[in-house]
Design a protein around this ligand. Structure first.
Ligand SMILES: [Zn+2]
Length: 246
């Protein structure tokens, strides 16, 4: 599926845009003429971001804040560059130390062809050149972030211990981060699922954290890896549990 790596721009909900690719998405929340970025994609996506803003008569200067769901490199490829351009970054305090002291790369099962293809996409889009974030502030669980789009923090540990999803009450949407994905990393089968074990800090905890997402009033599950899920989040969680048990 070559299209997994093709550039993608999608309005997912009122004022909520997904950019990046099907492999790696990131989000823009637009409110009051300003933007919040939720995660920042891969370094190779920079031109896509600037041309999207340009096409709307805006620029990087209109990004007021960036919110990171967790510390993994494929979620913050442009974050240091955006910080230098004036968009401060925030992350949960448990994941914050990894922004300066990078965690060792996971031991990926390279004999799985879809995994190899995904890593090829990361390399092509310069993921390995991701700069460490030198300055940031932290957020806490359940905090309503006073940035454009006003996302609410939902701490859902397991993928990483400080991993958080972002809830958009007005749009009834959840920016899942890597608490829920839209595509099986080993088979590229479409559907809600957990991230693969080799990138999770704690599989069991990731599974338990789904209970928290399940209780949200949402019918749009906006993921980073794979296609989004349009339907009640309880249904997405049920499908992910089923996939994990298989
Ligand atoms: Zn991750």
């Amino acid at each position: 599926m070559a299209s997994l790596g093709n550039p993608l721009v999608e309005e997912c909900a009122d004022g909520v845009y997904r950019l990046g690719t099907t492999y790696v998405g990131f989000y823009l929340l637009f409110e009051g003429g300003k933007y919040t970025l939720v995660d920042s994609g891969l370094p190779g996506y920079w031109d896509q971001l600037t041309s999207f803003l340009d096409g709307r008569g805006h620029s990087i200067d209109d990004i007021e804040a960036q919110i990171l769901t967790h510390h993994h490199m494929d979620h913050r490829g442009n974050s240091e560059r955006l910080r230098e351009a004036g968009a401060p970054a925030r992350i949960h305090h448990i994941d914050a130390p990894f922004l300066e002291n990078e965690a060792p790369p996971p031991k990926a099962p390279l004999w799985r062809l879809p995994v190899l293809r995904y890593l090829g996409h990361l390399v092509k889009n310069k993921a390995m050149k991701t700069q460490s974030l030198t300055e940031y502030t932290t957020y806490d669980d359940d905090e309503l972030l006073e940035v454009p789009g006003r996302p609410r923090v939902v701490h859902v540990p397991g993928h990483t211990m400080g991993h958080c999803s972002m809830y958009l009450g007005e749009q009834k949407a959840v920016l899942a981060g890597d608490a829920l994905g839209g595509m099986d990393a080993y088979t590229e089968a479409i559907g809600p699922c957990l991230a693969p074990s080799f990138v999770n800090d704690d599989d069991q905890l990731a599974l338990e954290s789904l209970t928290r997402l399940e209780s949200l009033d949402a019918d749009k599950v906006l993921v980073v890896h794979g296609p989004n899920f349009n339907g009640p989040i309880a249904e997405a969680v049920a499908l992910a549990r089923k996939a994990a048990a298989a």
